[in-house]
Structures are given as structure tokens and as C-alpha cells.
Design a protein around this ligand. Structure first.
Ligand SMILES: C[S@@+](CC[C@H](N)C(=O)[O-])C[C@H]1O[C@@H](n2cnc3c(N)ncnc32)[C@H](O)[C@@H]1O
Length: 310
């Protein structure tokens, strides 16, 4: 589907009464959107990348206490952390989006791809797959509550990551995957302040941010930086709804906000999209908010950001 049609459809669906709106949105995602085919290896890989960020800081996943914000529809990331030795995982979401059929699907895929999981999680430096945990998890079947219990995952929804009912300084790792780009800047600051309150001294804030225009994921006729040409008002009209809101912050903005909030940046592993960079270097028109940034900064499409608080 062309991106403008998708934008229109999403904004119409977002205006429907909440329950109906969610159901239609989910149906569309399953039929023709990103959930048409759930790729287990991609989702395992995001867990591996997260663990690599932790291991590179000389820390360990084993026995770690994790807080994931923005669970979404699946719990693959918490499951991977559990399989690799985490002691406790809390995952929170503002919306109760978790889908039993997707969790069951993950469990089924893990069972049918047992060898692949052992190979992937077992052979990555710094991670140690617990085959006992994997066997125990697969033995419980695909019931969502039993899966959560078996993997010691506490799912809280609705729960707002800006104010959580969690004892201060009890979390080793505050993590998320593909969430921060959907958070308005003022709320992002509140989430960071809450992370600082909850993390143990020396605990890590580890987040994967998708900085690309999400409309480009399904419509390859536009580039990952297409959204940077719109004014705030135009962009809000196109995507300012609960399903597609993107703050368009660039990687330097995240680094600045974190630094202003007493974070020490330990690493930023960024991916620059070469074709977007070329487009920007050739003078792709940009809104004034982005025009003064250098093309490389604007062309960062995703990044793992790791920091700790002073
Ligand atoms: C793109 S989705 C999550 C994707 C998911 N992490 C994954 O990997 O598939 C973003 C999620 O963040 C949640 N969210 C947004 N604001 C939040 C907040 N203040 N606190 C907790 N969750 C929030 C949304 O409800 C949504 O489920």
C-alpha cells in the first residue's frame, strides 16, 4: 500500500471507539502489515544485540534484573533474556496489547526451531543459553499465563513508564526495543527520569531506537528520511495518531536529552542508511528543524544507545 493511503487509513481507524479501533488495526497488521509473517530469528537477534550491548560494557545478563518498557504484542525479548539467565524480568506497557496467539506462536516456533535457538543463543560470545530453562519453557505449552509464569516475567499493563510501582534502585537494566521514537519529547524526559530513579547505581539504560520514517517500511518508493521534509504541522496531520506517532528526534537529540539528564553515554551503535545519506548529500529538501544538521546525523536509521546515570 502506498504510504499516503496507509496514513489516511490509520488516522481513520484511530478515530474509531477504542476497542473496535484496536481490533481493526490488529487485523490490518496481521493481514497486510508488519505482522503478516512473524520472523522468529529477527526477534531472537534483537535479544542477542541487546545482550551484546550489555556484555560489551563488561556486565552480564546472568542474574540481572530487567525492566522492559513498551512490551507491545509479544514477549520474545523477555523470553530470550530469561533463557540466557536473567533472574527477573518486568515488562510494562501503557496499553494491554499483548496477544495470546502471538505468544503461543513464539512458543510454537521455539519448539519447532529448537536446534536453531540452541545454535543462535548458545554460540554467541558472552551469552549462556540455559537449555534447562528452554526445556522447562517448552514443557508448559502455549498458554500465555503459564508461559509468563515459567519464564518469571511480570507483565504490567496498563502501566506508564513515567511512573511505575517499582522499588527505587532495584533494576540492573532498563531496556526497550523500537519504543522511544514513539514517545513525545516531554514524556521521554519523564521516562528517563523514572529510569534514573529505578536503576541501581551503575545500572544500564539500553535502548534500540528506530529513527527511520516508518512509512518507508511498507512503501519502498520513499526513503527512510522522507518524513524529515515535512513541517511539524504537516507531519502531525499525517501521523499524529496512536498508531503512527513518531517524534522524529535525531540521534544527536537523544544524546543531548540524555546528557542533560545526567546520563553518561557509554556507547551509541548507529546504523547509517547509505542511500538516505546519498539522497541528503544531493540536497533532499528538509524542514527547518533538520536543515542545519549534517547529512550523516539525519541519515542514522537506527541505534543502540547505552548509558548510565551519574
Ligand atoms: C512499537 S510498540 C513496541 C514494540 C515492541 N517493543 C516490540 O519489540 O515489538 C511501542 C509500545 O510502547 C508503548 N508505550 C508508549 N508509551 C508508553 C509509556 N509511557 N509507558 C509504557 N509503554 C508505552 C505502546 O503502548 C506500544 O505498545
Amino acid at each position: 500500500m502506498k504510504w499516503r493511503q496507509k496514513a489516511l487509513l490509520q488516522s481513520l481507524v484511530a478515530r474509531l471507539p477504542l476497542r473496535l479501533s484496536y481490533s481493526i488495526h490488529y487485523y490490518l497488521q496481521r493481514r497486510s502489515g508488519g505482522l503478516r509473517r512473524v520472523d522468529l530469528s529477527h526477534r531472537l537477534k534483537m535479544g542477542l544485540d541487546l545482550m551484546e550491548c550489555i556484555v560489551r560494557q563488561g556486565r552480564s545478563v546472568e542474574s540481572g534484573v530487567f525492566l522492559e518498557i513498551g512490551t507491545g504484542l509479544q514477549i520474545t525479548l523477555p523470553l530470550v533474556l530469561w533463557l540466557c539467565g536473567a533472574s527477573e524480568i518486568t515488562t510494562v506497557d501503557l496499553n494491554h496489547y499483548l496477544k495470546a496467539e502471538l505468544v503461543g506462536g513464539d512458543e510454537f516456533r521455539m519448539r519447532t526451531h529448537f536446534e536453531q535457538i540452541v545454535r543462535l543463543l548458545g554460540n554467541t560470545p558472552g551469552t549462556r543459553l540455559s537449555v534447562e530453562r528452554l526445556n522447562a519453557l517448552l514443557a508448559v505449552g502455549d498458554d500465555i499465563d503459564r508461559v509468563l509464569k515459567a519464564a518469571h516475567i511480570r507483565y504490567q499493563a496498563p502501566a506508564d513508564a513515567t511512573r511505575l510501582d517499582i522499588t527505587p534502585h532495584t533494576i540492573d537494566y532498563h531496556v526497550s526495543y523500537a519504543v522511544l521514537q514513539h514517545i513525545p519529547p516531554d514524556i521521554l524526559r519523564s521516562i528517563i527520569a523514572e529510569a534514573r530513579r529505578l536503576l541501581k547505581p551503575g545500572g544500564l539504560f539500553v535502548h534500540w531506537i528506530d529513527l527511520s520514517d516508518h512509512f518507508s517500511h511498507g512503501d519502498h518508493s520513499i526513503s527512510s528520511v522522507n518524513f524529515l521534509r515535512f513541517s511539524e504541522r504537516e507531519w502531525d496531520r499525517l501521523s499524529g495518531n496512536r498508531y503512527m506517532y513518531q517524534n522524529r528526534l535525531r540521534i544527536d537529540d537523544y544524546v543531548r536529552i540524555l546528557t542533560e539528564m545526567d546520563a553518561t553515554i557509554l556507547s551509541v551503535k548507529e546504523h547509517v542508511n547509505p542511500s538516505a545519506l546519498e539522497l541528503l548529500q544531493k540536497g533532499f529538501p528538509l524542514d527547518s528543524r533538520f536543515a542545519s544538521k549534517d547529512p550523516r546525523t539525519n541519515a542514522v536509521t537506527n541505534a543502540w544507545v547505552v548509558c548510565e546515570f551519574r
